[in-house]
Design a protein around this ligand. Structure first.
Ligand code: ATP
Ligand code: MG
Length: 400
């Protein structure tokens, strides 16, 4: 077992000693067998939440109605979920009712894909009821059971399939792919927040064009906000060359907005439909003009100043997909050469201008600060207090 599992082994052992079963399950098992890095560990157990709480001194109820209890052990938290079946899928969404069961097989059966339905015992034994190991070897994403039924139970699984195609650089098995094509319209029933997470993961995977290709071919895009008419534009991304890599979700939305040709309010409207955070909206509004500037080799000091370093590096990463990027070292040098990086660094502030240059508070003051900032950023004026005050006085006179 890889090192990350080691500290969790005594936890599983303790559950077994109490007479229950406990396994590592889900993504951590899949990724370990693939030799990929794992980031978190999920444990499934036959013990009910109350029984887990009786075995361990320190636990946190993180999702007790779904059977999830966090066990605290030597400063680490382990999410433990009771074996469960899900029933009463209404509206093609995640069920509102879960039933705790004592059988591992029933728990594995409700999982989405065979590669996600593997369990690993504390002693290293792998439980593979659906040929998930074979699929892992072949690089196949295959639904557990009948794809049509499984996608009708929970339509989000279709988006999960295409995002795993990208994340793992896997191929979706024929019948599973056909099941997605037949049921793509059900995606419209899914809360956009859940869909958002999967779309982001698709674009952050190992092979985004592979996932995107399936996303388009299955028709899933038709049931996503702002994408139903975008097949051609999105397809164009498939020929931008492979091996592209995005590093964060702001870059994902920056790429999508760039590819859709969005500007100004169009960006805001699109992102609000997807319910992204306000912070992402703010960043993407900066990323888009910077990408355009990189495209046309017009990345001037004013654009860099307005964009800021974080959005600028995000823009450069988006631009790299199109071959418009600057060498990171050159970008850094250009940015470092800015006389000031933010308005706060201007050698005069509003109060100084009122007191020392006799400018009245109000719109005129704002305008003068803007002009001073522009002059400093473009190198027309040094960021020097006496010079700026003098210039402010001249501006005030000109304005009358
Ligand atoms: P990642 O590494 O991206 O987190 P993961 O496989 O751990 O991948 P999660 O969303 O964390 O994905 O889900 C954990 C496990 O729960 C999955 O491996 C799968 O067994 C099960 N699962 C998650 N979502 C669903 C779903 N919608 N339908 C069926 N099973 C699911
Ligand atoms: Mg996970």
């Amino acid at each position: 077992l890889p090192p990350l599992f080691e500290p969790a082994r005594p936890v599983l052992q303790k559950i077994e000693d109490a007479g229950f079963e406990a396994y590592f399950v889900g993504g951590c098992v899949r990724d370990t067998i693939l030799g990929d890095q794992i980031h978190d560990i999920d444990i499934a157990t036959s013990a009910y939440p109350s029984e887990i709480k009786a075995i361990f001194n320190r636990t946190v109820d993180t999702g007790i109605e779904h059977g999830t209890v966090m066990i605290l052990d030597h400063g680490t938290g382990y999410e433990t979920t009771t074996f469960r079946t899900e029933s009463g899928y209404q509206d093609y969404r995640r069920p509102d009712q879960v039933t705790f069961v004592r059988s591992l097989a029933e728990d594995l059966q409700r999982r989405d894909f065979t590669i996600n339905a593997l369990a690993l015992r504390e002693n290293g034994e792998v439980i593979d009821l659906f040929d998930g190991l074979t699929d892992l070897k072949k690089g196949l994403i295959r639904a557990v059971g009948d794809p049509h039924e499984r996608f009708n139970e929970d339509a989000l699984r279709m988006m999960r399939a295409v995002r795993f195609a990208s994340k793992l650089d896997f191929v979706i098995d024929g019948p599973t792919l056909a099941g997605i094509k037949d049921n793509a319209h059900l995606l419209a029933k899914i809360a956009v927040e859940r869909n958002q997470v999967e779309l982001e993961k698709l674009f952050l995977g190992q092979n985004p064009p592979a996932g995107l290709k399936d996303f388009l071919a299955t028709g899933l895009y038709k049931y996503c906000p702002g994408l139903s008419g975008a097949k051609d534009r999105l397809s164009a991304l498939l020929v931008t060359g492979n091996g592209w890599h995005l590093q964060n979700t702001d870059q994902v939305w920056g790429l999508l907005a760039t590819q859709l040709g969005l500007t100004g309010n169009g960006i805001v409207h699109f992102l609000k439909q997807w319910k992204t955070s306000n912070d992402t909206i703010k960043q993407v509004k900066k990323i888009i003009p910077a990408v355009a500037a990189l495209h046309y080799h017009q990345l001037d000091p004013v654009t860099m100043f307005k964009t800021g370093w974080t959005a600028l590096t995000d823009a450069n990463q988006v631009a790299s997909i199109y071959g418009w990027q600057m060498a990171p070292a050159d970008l850094q040098t250009a940015y470092d050469a800015l006389p000031i990086k933010s308005g706060r660094e201007l050698a005069v502030d509003g109060r100084t201008l009122i007191q020392a240059a006799g400018i009245k508070p109000g719109p005129a003051l704002g305008k003068i600060i803007k002009q001073l900032t522009h002059a400093v950023v473009t190198g027309q004026l040094a960021n020097d207090r006496p010079q700026l005050l003098q210039h402010a006085a001249e501006l005030k006179q000109k304005e009358g």
